[in-house]
Design a protein around this ligand. Structure first.
Ligand code: NDP
Ligand code: GUE
Ligand code: MG
Length: 291
């Protein structure tokens, strides 16, 4: 059996078109253009790629983009000051501070200052709390995008087991919340889990968010499972050139899984599409309009 390859890029591009139509509708009815501000501190090459992809997506979605590229030595006070300015700016509906931040800056302090109503990443403790009690708020983009892909393949998770490998605040933990909401029976595995291969083999839905290139092998996967590979790892090929791989050994896994996301072209584009979706939601809420 060979798995269905889940085309995240295509799903993301379709979402961009829907978002553009809804953004235009909001502009026609309320004179509001959704706006997203992205703050990047320092020169991290991987972050630069994500920021470029975000700017391209805003253009496709009819969202206004405000980009702030600050030098690596920027002080915490300067970043906090910029966040306050953006909180007060009526043209900005979503604020994203690219992580990780340089070490002189306390990221909890910065994320905690973002107006929860403009928190397009869903990292503010208020939004984390809203997600965990099941109230409307902002859902982190990567889990939201992953959940959309899972729903396309398997709309009903009742009676299904889901395993998430990774327990970070930005991927693993919010992913667990979303899978629970969809009635899956969930397990969260991490670096202290005993016999990880056996835990993974119980999963009807396996989400890998570890940050270890191709760690999850084909024989860790239950035949027919849905595999969502969140990992984005840059590795060197034998010829010395760089390439992107996920946390799952794709070539092995696709012979066992029922459906699997590729890297690139899987979860990454969905993360960006959901950032656009969160910004659109925020702009609608800002005028009290129904989306
Ligand atoms: N596609 C996308 O849009 C995005 C992709 N990413 C990618 O997803 C991956 C995960 O990101 P993120 O959640 O931020 O990473 P973190 O480093 O914050 O978290 C990694 C998690 O994996 C666990 N882990 C590490 N090593 C092992 C191991 N050997 N066995 C089991 N568990 C392990 C850690 O466990 P413990 O808690 O015990 O240390 C931790 O919970 C990265 O590759 C990142 O680049 C991230 C965000 C968006
Ligand atoms: N505050 C904050 N929010 C984030 O959402 C956030 C962050 N910080 N820091 C870094 C991680 C990582 N991340 C990705 C986004 C897009 C791609 C993406 O577009 N990937 C493409 C291709 C990328 C490429 O070619 O390099 C793909 O997988 O097909 C990947 C990874 C968001 N993150
Ligand atoms: Mg820091």
């Amino acid at each position: 059996m060979t798995a269905t390859i889940i085309d995240g890029k295509k799903v993301a591009n379709d979402l961009h078109e829907e978002i553009r139509a809804k953004a235009e509708k909001l502009t026609a009815s309320h004179g509001v253009v959704p706006g997203l501000a992205v703050i990047l501190v320092g020169e991290d090459p991987a972050s630069a790629v994500y920021v470029r992809n975000k700017v391209l997506a805003t253009a496709a979605c009819g969202i206004k983009s405000f980009e702030f590229k600050l030098p690596a030595e920027t002080s915490e006070a300067e970043v906090l000051g910029l966040v306050e300015k953006l909180n007060a700016d009526p043209e900005v509906h979503g604020i994203l501070v690219q992580l990780p931040l340089p070490k002189q800056i306390d990221s909890d302090k910065v994320l905690g200052l973002i107006d929860p109503k403009k928190d397009a990443d869903g990292f503010h403790p208020v939004n984390v709390g809203l997600l965990s009690v099941g109230l409307p708020g902002f859902v982190p983009c990567t889990p939201r995008g992953s959940a959309i892909l899972i729903e396309k393949v398997l709309p009903d998770l009742s009676g299904k087991t889901a395993v998430v490998v990774g327990r970070s605040n930005i991927v693993g933990k919010p992913m667990i919340q979303l899978l629970l909401q969809k009635n899956a029976t969930v397990t969260c595995a991490h670096s202290r889990t005993a016999d990880l291969p056996a835990v993974c083999r119980t999963a009807d839905v396996l989400v890998a968010a570890v940050g270890r290139p191709e760690m999850i092998k084909g024989d860790w996967i239950k035949p027919g499972a849905i595999v969502i590979d969140v990992g984005i790892n840059r590795v060197l090929k034998p010829d010395g050139k760089g390439k992107l791989v996920g946390d799952v050994a794709f070539d092995e896994a696709k012979e066992v899984a029922g459906a699997i996301t590729p890297v690139p072209g899987g979860v990454g584009p969905m993360t960006i599409a959901c950032l656009m979706l969160n910004t659109l939601d925020s702009a609608y809420r800002s005028v009290g309009a129904e989306i």
